[in-house]
Design a protein around this ligand. Sequence first.
Ligand code: 5AD
Ligand code: SF4
Length: 436
Amino acid sequence: MTAAPKKLFIKTYGCQMNVYDSERMAETLGQQGYVTTDNQAEADMVLLNTCHIREKAAEKLYSDLGRLKPLKAEKPDLKIGVAGCVAQAEGEEIVRRMPLVDLVVGPQSYHRLPQMEAQVQTGKRALDTEFPEDDKFDVMAARPKAKRGPTAFLTVQEGCDKFCAFCVVPYTRGAEISRPADKIIAEARGLVEAGVREITLLGQNVNAYHGGAGGLAGLCAELAKIDGLDRIRYTTSHPNDMDDALIAAHGEEPKMMPYLHLPVQSGSDRILKAMNRKHTAEAYLRLIERIRAARPDILLTSDFIVGFPGETDDDFEQTLQLIEAVGYGAAYSFKYSARPGTPAAEKEDVPSDVADERLQRLQALLTQQQRAAQNAMVGKTTTVLFEKPGRLDRQWGGKSEHLHAVHVESEEDLRGQIREVLITASAPNSLAGQLT
Ligand code: 5AD
Ligand code: SF4
């Protein structure tokens, strides 16, 4: 008789790269006999894959660890691991402060999980937050061929050399590295064989990719040659790395989806300079013009930070003006959070209530723009990649080219199909349509 497989529960916080990392960690531990579970109570190992980008995100780890105490008391054999960017930034402190944690693994070390797991099983604790020389993607075994859903993330680049004054990423994820193009193409082929039709290429600075000829545009062109791969997206990009070839690709390669996340953070040149973003608001607006000239219907999204140290009412007004000038399809906005070790953390904060009020105004404007972009789709035909049944009977949900959530009614099983849909109505966060 074979032993029952051990159960792994992973909780993922933060960005899409963590989603990808969690998948790869689950696959790596799969070789140690683990299967994943959605039920934390039945887990033999709980792995928290954490985010350090803002204080609130990092604090969640400690509250979740607190909540795990009774489970560990009940099941002393339960192993608890912390992965991701908080592990990287605060690994030793976690080991010191949190006796219930057995394992701490940074984002560049998760290929070492099998050895760490073995160590933990002997009752010892394991900590690895190095930036090892060996490439984790090379060391990890090939991805399993099991059938999977129609969309997938694929990390092509990691780390960041930009050092924006507010950001922990260059410290937690390290220097920029690009995976070799042939490895990425092989991984993409494997995903397509497993049923994937849309791949989102991931990198903290994805458009700085330099792992093959022609940068990210060159990589997208190679990926576009894969039969069965129908849609290509990428995120997150820095404005200064949007080169001519990548802009042109949006106009020329039909598999490139008309969607671009291009964070600007602020519309004030004074604040952009203090943030070390290395471009002006005007340069960003000119860049948007060039992108729209290549692909007029592209949907643009951004990240914004309000209340960066030194931000005045006038600076904030300039951010609102930039938003008005661009017209975003969606955006993420955050109140500035001082992160230990970053240059901006030394500066005096904008009063919290002032930042709160600015955030509300900014979000109201962005919500209005998001609604306008959705409403503008009504009456148009678009293609939708269907992923899963909706909440209602005979309802199917998927994503449009512009990454709008779309649902239709259909008797047919639409999973994994790309179909033309006439958009008939717009709700706050989704569109309704009919198959044509
Ligand atoms: N405070 C608030 N928001 C931040 N971001 C990054 N660092 C901080 C910080 N210290 C935001 C930026 C970035 C997004 C991923 O998170 O807008 O683009
Ligand atoms: Fe952080 Fe992005 Fe700036 Fe890099 S470019 S430091 S990841 S905000």
